[in-house]
Design a protein around this ligand. Structure first.
Ligand code: TXA
Ligand code: MG
Length: 310
């Protein structure tokens, strides 16, 4: 059975003990819930791939409490120093050269010479990292290819009985996975919770772009991903009678990402509303147009994957 743990010191102690024992623990971050394992324990990391049904070529993000700890595992360059100083803790993952002597399981990097690292901005996620006192590998805590979880209930819906525990820290505030940047040269690998515009203005120049599906550097960018059970049609201003509209802005819809047209609110609602559409049994989902700027870039990326042929 999967334990539901409270986000208090007692719950975090149990969660950290489970991680030390090589078990899997889902925990909240500001982006989405992560499915955590001891990043130095091969068997534990293998358990992540098994629980998610995830293709084994897909490398994982390692979570650490601060920049100083990140330096034990990866080598920073100037780009990484600037971005980490500006955006950590936060929804930014940096891909940097791995320190091979640091003890990170090779299953985490899937054989790459680089490691993806992130410092989450969430009191419960940070509490777990402090209690465990080690690097935690964590992809999103969902079955591979399905909608990412932004509540403990979403985690349980997909992974109950397959993982040791979930720490319930309420709903995630950002609601979209972290933005992933390779640092040499600065290259956007995945649009996410921090808009690319914010990264360019920090660095003083635009980032290169490498969002190619199946790019070997970011194999998580599979075309079909984040999929609800129903079909998904995008940029719809006039839904057909059989379609359930997922609205954005001032439209009449059973579910609306943000009636006010606020992209931050829409990002925070996106995965929860896709889960709600599943729960409603929506067989044909239509989605209002979302502006392709700021967080809209990441929202549209997730929606395109949800709509991709499966
Ligand atoms: O917000 C997030 O990033 C969440 C929370 C839990 O932190 N995690 C998350 O992990 O979204 P996941 O496993 O669903 O996505 C990890 C992405 C994948 O697309 C993977 O290919 C990419 O990170 N990645 C991991 N290591 C990499 C590396 N060395 N080089 C390039 N891409 C890498
Ligand atoms: Mg994921």
């Amino acid at each position: 059975m999967t334990l539901r743990l409270a986000p208090d010191p007692a719950g975090l102690t149990v969660a950290a003990d489970l991680l030390r024992a090589g078990d899997l623990v889902a925990f909240p971050t500001e982006t989405v819930y992560g499915l955590g394992a001891d990043a130095c324990n091969d068997t534990a990391v293998a358990g992540i791939y098994a629980a998610k049904g995830r293709p084994s070529f897909n490398p994982l993000i390692v979570h650490v409490p601060d920049i100083a700890t990140a330096r034990r595992y990866v080598v920073f360059n100037d780009v990484a120093e600037q971005l980490a100083a500006a955006f950590w803790p936060g929804a930014l993952t940096l891909v940097l050269p791995l320190r091979r002597d640091a003890g990170i399981s090779k299953l985490v990097t899937a054989g790459l010479s680089t490691l993806a690292v992130r410092v989450p901005d969430h009191p419960v996620g940070q509490g777990l990292l402090a209690a465990f006192d080690g690097p935690v590998a964590a992809p999103s805590a969902n079955i591979s290819g399905r909608i990412s979880p932004t509540t403990a209930a979403h985690v349980i819906a997909g992974l109950d009985g397959k993982i040791a525990a979930v720490v319930d820290g309420g709903a995630c505030t950002v609601g979209l996975e972290s933005t992933i940047v390779a640092c040499d040269p600065a290259t956007l690998l995945r649009a996410g919770g921090i808009p690319a515009e914010a990264l360019s203005s920090c660095l003083g120049h635009a980032l290169a772009l490498d969002l190619t599906p199946q790019n070997p550097q970011a194999p998580g960018q599979l075309a079909s991903h984040y999929a609800p059970v129903g079909t998904v049609r995008l940029n719809v201003t006039a839904p057909a009678p059989h379609e359930t509209l997922l609205g954005f802005g001032p439209v009449d819809a059973p579910l609306n990402l943000s009636p006010a047209g606020d992209l931050i609110e829409a990002a925070a609602n996106l995965f929860d509303m896709l889960h709600q559409l599943d729960a409603m049994g929506a067989a044909a989902i239509a989605v209002s147009p979302i502006p392709q700027a700021g967080l809209g870039v990441a929202i549209n990326d997730r929606l395109r994957r949800a709509a991709a042929p499966r």
